[in-house]
Design a binder for this molecule. Structure first.
Ligand code: ATP
Ligand code: ATP
Ligand code: CA
Length: 219
């Protein structure tokens, strides 16, 4: 379904969201106060506008309130990010995603009504750290402070040709296997009699402590 997005701020974050939305066929109104950035997105966004989003009249005249979703991708200028989020909220934009520069900024954005607050730098830092600690962690999603989902390449022969039941996986490692990736195939919700093969990667969900313990088994 086609939706209308407004993106405020065309740095690396806002810019890549803009490209991805356009590629998936959405309408994007892109706003930035920097002329070079606007020129860069002139032929990419549906509309690219040179304007200061801190000016409420600008937001009104661009019809931002009729958008389905606004993304506040202003990074460095925390005051501008907060003010713009507040104005978008007051204009009645149904869904606002805002990028936080740090934890405090994130808290303020949540308090003033951002529907979703994202911390891309922090999250990417954590992902990379996991990947550096173990090159066998192929992907990683934090579900909450205490739970995570990872995709882990099986490198330890103790797992090869064993079923989940043989390994008593859930009890032994405290995690659930939700998928096994084997080449191009994914076995979703594997049953107890599913065998793990050399070259597989496991998608597991569990407490951070348990997941990290399992990571330690795949040096
Ligand atoms: P990123 O971290 O996403 O790469 P950046 O560090 O390049 O971003 P930021 O300073 O975080 O740049 O700001 C992102 C964009 O937001 C910039 O292109 C900047 O011109 C734009 N911007 C900042 N304030 C406003 C404003 N009040 N109105 C419109 N655009 C703004
Ligand atoms: P449990 O005793 O954990 O409740 P269960 O009674 O559901 O298991 P089965 O589903 O037959 O029994 O699985 C037998 C054992 O195989 C489980 O105890 C568990 O250790 C392991 N197992 C089966 N499926 C999974 C899975 N998807 N992820 C992790 N371990 C599994
Ligand atoms: Ca930045």
């Amino acid at each position: 379904m086609k939706q209308n997005f407004a993106i405020i701020g065309l740095g690396r974050f806002g810019g890549s969201i803009c490209r991805a939305l356009i590629e998936s066929g959405q309408e994007v109104l892109a706003i930035d106060s920097n002329e070079d950035r606007v020129n860069e997105y002139m032929n990419i966004a549906t509309h690219a506008v040179l304007a200061n989003a801190q000016d409420e009249n600008v937001l009104r005249s661009l019809g931002v309130k009729n958008m389905d979703h606004a993304i506040v991708a202003i990074g460095e200028d925390i005051q501008a990010s907060i003010l713009v989020t507040l104005m978008l909220k007051e204009l009645g934009v149904p869904y606002i995603t805002a990028k936080a520069q740090n934890e405090y900024h994130g808290k303020v954005l949540e308090k003033i009504g951002a529907d979703r607050v994202v911390h891309p730098e922090r999250d990417m830092g954590k992902r990379i750290a996991h990947n550096l600690v173990s090159k066998n962690v192929l992907d990683y999603i934090e579900i909450s402070d205490d739970y995570m989902l990872i995709e882990l390449k099986v490198t330890n022969p103790i797992f090869f040709n064993q079923t989940l039941q043989d390994l008593n996986f859930r009890t032994a490692y405290g995690v659930n296997v939700i998928g096994i990736r084997r080449g191009k195939e994914i076995i979703i919700s594997p049953k107890a009699d599913e065998q793990i093969k050399e070259g597989d990667s496991l998608m597991v969900v569990g407490s951070t402590v348990s997941v990290e313990r399992l990571e330690g088994k795949m040096p």
